[in-house]
Design a protein around this ligand. Structure first.
Ligand code: AMP
Length: 586
């Protein structure tokens, strides 16, 4: 296919911002593309020559581009640079100068998509001495044959500045319309910017097949090629390949335990929700390990430690596992928030030092492929059992995610507390019989970051009421304990107690309890010996300069006495801090 055809499409796409129109333009175009050209066209359409997950880059900066333009057009680099300063866009500069150039060799041959693609790929592969010269030649060769408008897009693609403004959903639809449009009976009208579909159900069937193929390959180029050459069956046969990342399953969010159980069913596997970053670990039959982030970037080079853990501690000829790598403090062993290790992800040098200074523990929670067999349609419980069999756990290296099968709210509350205390973000609820759904935010996995965890706080003071409450202490100063065992106030609670004794814990009863503990009184204010622990609910924990601990409860309410607890068993300031941090992330 001639490159100019693709350029025409770029131009059309640039002229509209309408999603449906863009989809239509791409779908019409894809019908014309041969199966052989399909991969190249699809990648170039998105301004790439490598898959999303491929760490290779074209690696050409503006300087080198200026030089190449100079070689191709015979115009001095200084002059081109001046133009660039004026225009601000090297693609436009290229278009303008290629238009005015006079050399006889220009436009000598027609550029093909394949030629452009091949030269751009070569750019990434060049290494060692003479690289700059070779790169310059490869680009200049293209520019010499390019029409002005073509040179604009070549320059943009080489510099990684191509944007067609087409998202994943539109790309998927374009493939559906292009290759299954007749079967679905789809009609697009430009004037109305609208589509008509004869049968939505059939449409969805094809859309799902395309989406699934994309989820497991992560590459529209492969999906379009399969759809073009082998139709629906071809899409179904696209399997995942170890070494190529698959879209990760995403979690829904629930705010209450009841809601979470309703979505995933009871009993459910409840796991710690680690505050790290997702790593999809692949091992192929040759023993090569590759690591990908949730956004499918290849981070193998950045995590040699994780590569080792997987190599040594996970049994199996080949597999794909899903996990969360969590940073920990190498002195105390305590988990650290994600920010502390995030710098490792992009790091290109001092890798070994980084892995020593910012060690991570891999918490494995799912398996996607095992010894050539896709596991995604197996039930979660079965996948977990397999993990238990193949992973040799070594704390601070690689372990299974903490998981417990429960159906009782109380058990969940306890686990939540344990999770927060261990420095985690909260919990994950997992449906025991659910498959692994790549790329989807379905109700098989629920994140639960915030429980309105009640606090057990000590009453350190109170205030006499007014009006009909004048004979009662009706507002209570409440405190948690800091590291040194001091009581640190974090609010004043005046709701939750009843006016009538028969209704529950009443102001009268509380007044009776506190009166003997009074240390001093000033106006309405009373100081009491810190003896009484109460359970306190609230809406939110806020930062507050008013209180010495730095935190305050919003809308605190007394939920009852904790007669079973002594004052030194009250909630700690550290725990309040952790709840505050968890709140912010959700
Ligand atoms: P969020 O990033 O808030 O949407 O939460 C989902 C993320 O939690 C996943 O992408 C994982 O990176 C992370 N995560 C932490 N612990 C687990 C776990 N036990 N199971 C699944 N995902 C987990």
């Amino acid at each position: 296919m001639e490159y100019s055809k693709l350029v025409e499409v770029y131009e059309q796409l640039n002229k509209t911002t309408k999603r449906l129109e863009k989809t239509h333009i791409i779908s019409e175009f894809l019908r014309e593309v041969s199966a052989d050209d399909m991969e190249h066209v699809m990648l170039l359409l998105e301004g790439r020559v490598f898959s999303n997950y491929d760490a290779r880059e074209i690696g050409v900066a503006s300087r080198l581009m200026l030089k190449s333009l100079g070689v191709a057009t015979g115009i001095s680099v200084d002059k081109i640079e001046n133009e660039w300063k004026k225009q601000g866009d090297l693609g436009l500069v290229a278009e303008a100068i290629v238009k005015t150039k006079k050399q006889a060799t220009l436009h000598s041959t027609k550029l093909t998509v394949k030629k452009v693609f091949d030269n751009l790929r070569k750019l990434a592969e060049l290494k060692g001495e003479g690289t700059v010269e070779r790169k310059t030649q490869l680009i200049a060769e293209l520019l010499t044959s390019a029409k002005p408008i073509e040179s604009k897009y070549i320059v943009k693609t080489v510099l990684g500045e191509m944007r067609i403004g087409v998202g994943e959903g539109a790309m998927r639809d374009a493939i559906v319309w292009a290759f299954f449009g007749n079967k679905i009976g789809i009609k697009y009208t430009r004037e109305m910017n609208d589509i008509e579909v004869e049968d939505r159900e059939i449409y969805n069937k094809y859309a799902d097949a395309v989406q699934h193929a994309y989820d497991v390959t992560n590459e529209f180029a492969l999906v379009a090629k399969a759809a073009k050459s082998k139709g629906l069956e071809g899409l179904g046969n696209i399997g995942m390949k170890v070494g190529i990342p698959i879209q990760v399953m995403l979690a829904l969010k629930c705010d209450t335990i009841e809601e979470a159980f309703e979505t995933v069913g009871k009993p459910a596997a409840i796991e710690f929700k680690y505050d790290g970053f997702r790593i999809q670990g692949h091992k192929d039959e040759k023993g090569n390990i590759r690591l990908f982030t949730r956004r499918l970037e290849d981070v193998t080079a950045q995590f040699p430690d994780v590569v080792e853990f997987i190599k040594k501690n996970v049994r199996g000829k080949s597999f794909i596992i899903d996990s969360e790598a969590v940073g920990y403090n190498k002195k105390t062993g305590k988990y650290l928030p994600f920010q502390n290790i995030s710098q490792r992800i992009k790091r290109k040098y001092d890798i070994d030092k980084m892995s020593q200074d910012f060690p991570v523990e891999v918490n494995v929670f799912d398996i996607i492929n095992y010894e050539g067999k896709s596991m995604i349609n197996e039930e979660f419980e079965k996948r977990r059992k397999l993990l238990e069999k193949i992973i040799k756990q070594e704390p601070k290296k690689i372990v299974l995610s903490k998981s417990k099968i429960v159906s009782d709210k109380k058990d969940v509350e306890k686990l939540f507390k344990d999770a927060i205390n261990a420095g985690n973000e909260g919990l994950m609820f997992k449906s025991l019989n659910a498959p692994y759904k790549p790329g989807a935010r379905v109700g098989y996995m629920i994140k639960f970051k915030q429980i309105m965890e009640t606090l057990d706080l000590v009453i350190t003071g109170a205030e006499w009421g007014e009006g009909k409450r004048a004979k009662w202490m009706s507002s209570y100063r409440i405190a948690c304990i800091d590291e040194s065992g001091n009581f640190v106030e974090i609010g004043k609670a005046s709701t939750g107690l009843k006016e009538k004794e028969e209704e529950g814990l009443s102001f009268m009863e509380m007044t009776k309890i506190l009166k003997p503990l009074i240390i001093s009184e000033k106006g309405k204010e009373v100081k009491v010996k810190p003896k009484i622990v109460i359970e306190v609910g609230y809406d939110e924990i806020q930062k507050s300069p008013t209180y010495e601990g730095g935190f305050a409860l919003r809308f605190p309410r007394v939920q009852g006495l904790r007669q079973d607890k002594g004052p030194h068993e009250a909630s700690t300031l550290d725990y309040v801090k952790k709840l505050y941090a968890g709140q912010k992330k959700s």
